[in-house]
Design a protein around this ligand. Structure first.
Ligand code: FAD
Length: 356
């Protein structure tokens, strides 16, 4: 039976930090290596916050490790979609009375998970970017983001939780007969912000995921605790209309007035934000296998990045943790059995997903 004494997780994002909580609670010696600085101590750049819809499978993963109530305190229930079309609002419930998906700020969720990871005994190391792995020696190579110093650390088991552009996965891609595909959408996304009312209140329905569907593109808005909404424009890079065509502040305002008129009063800094905030790309990644010789395992977006329209990337990554935990229970922490079972159970689940 193979039981690792040390486990390293590359990536302290949403899935890596949740996974670390599961593993330390099982008694493992876990270190998380994150390339960014400690986000609990630095400000998240404007336009990079993103709100996430947390659904049932995500909640189950949080409940499984006893932290659902900590997260519920930072979420807002969204009972349905509010469709903004032709100056009319239509509410479409997501489920029965009492059911909802939750809006959670990515930044607040991640910092909360990091806090809980640390409190439960995970060691967190920031500013260390994984540059590659040596899977013969079980070593992870790092470059320090501040000093540029290079170092290597050995670990019995390594998790690649380093997102869609995973450095850990890159190592697997070099293996013969490794399946890998990466597909970009013709659309990118731009984050904007609806302001709160003068008393900090939400200016449109708080408990809804607002959508302005416009055929080949859309605007969505998810509520924040402080009365603002994080707004995302999913929009083609090229064609008409597109990011390419909105070249000046006047172009942007004219377009929004024409297409999203009821959003305009909520976007007083639209022109500045539109040009200051970055345009993000949307990628789907598929790969297999998700492990190598019981030494490296991929999890979350590193294994299965999907476009945000499903609202399931994080939820699916959280569910990876639930399944891994159940398999550890079932096989008495025998990782020789757990890892192949994890791969065969998770791959179809990540491929077949439902819509927002
Ligand atoms: P990430 O969140 O990408 O975290 C990876 C971590 O690894 C990061 O902290 C990164 O800094 C670190 N890292 C990267 N490379 C290295 C390296 N070389 N060395 C060390 N550390 C490294 N999902 C939902 O479920 N619901 C939603 O509503 C939703 N909305 C979305 C909206 C948008 C606009 C986008 C883009 C995505 C959305 N998603 C949503 C998807 C969700 O964001 C991802 O599925 C989720 O973040 C995956 O978590 P992860 O921890 O696997 O990867």
């Amino acid at each position: 039976m193979h039981k690792p004494e040390t486990i390293s997780i590359v990536g302290g994002g949403l899935v890596g930090s949740l996974l670390s909580i599961y593993l330390v609670k099982r008694g493992y010696n876990v270190t998380v290596y994150e390339r960014r600085p400690d986000m609990r101590k630095v400000e998240i750049p404007a336009g990079r916050s993103i709100n996430l819809a947390l659904s049932d499978r995500g909640w189950r993963a949080l409940e499984g490790v006893g932290i659902a109530e900590d997260i519920r305190a930072i979420g807002i229930p969204m009972k349905g979609r509010m469709i903004h079309q032709d100056e009319e609002l239509t509410f479409q419930p997501y489920g029965r009375e009492g059911q909802a998906i939750y809006a959670v700020s990515r930044g607040i969720l991640n910092t909360t998970l990091l806090d809980l990871a640390e409190r439960n005994g995970a060691k967190l190391v920031f500013d260390e970017r994984c540059t590659g792995l040596d899977l013969v020696d079980n070593a992870i190579h790092f470059e320090n983001a501040k000093s540029g110093d290079r170092s290597s650390r050995k670990s019995d088991l390594i998790f690649g939780a380093d997102g869609a552009f995973s450095a850990a996965r890159m190592q697997l891609q070099m293996n013969e007969r490794y399946d890998y595909s990466q597909t970009y959408q013709q659309h990118g996304y731009k984050e904007l912000m609806f302001v709160a009312g003068k008393d900090g209140e939400h200016q449109i329905e708080k408990q809804a995921l607002h959508i302005w569907p416009r055929g080949g593109y859309m605007l969505i808005a998810l509520p924040n605790l402080d009365g603002t909404f994080t707004v995302t424009l999913f929009f083609p890079y090229e064609g008409n209309p597109s990011f390419d065509k909105l070249k000046t502040p006047a172009d942007v305002t004219a377009f929004f007035k024409d297409v999203f008129p009821d959003a305009i009063p909520l976007l007083p800094t639209l022109e500045e934000d539109f040009f200051a905030n970055p345009t993000g790309s949307l990628v789907t990644v598929k790969c297999f296998p998700w492990s190598f010789r019981r030494r490296l395992v991929l999890i979350g977006d590193a294994a299965h990045a999907i476009v945000p329209f499903y609202g399931q990337g994080m939820n699916c990554g959280f569910e990876d943790c639930t399944v891994l935990h159940a398999l550890l229970e079932q096989h008495g922490d025998d990782w020789d059995k757990v890892i192949p079972a994890y791969e065969s159970q998770r791959k179809p689940a990540a491929d077949g997903i439902a819509d927002l």
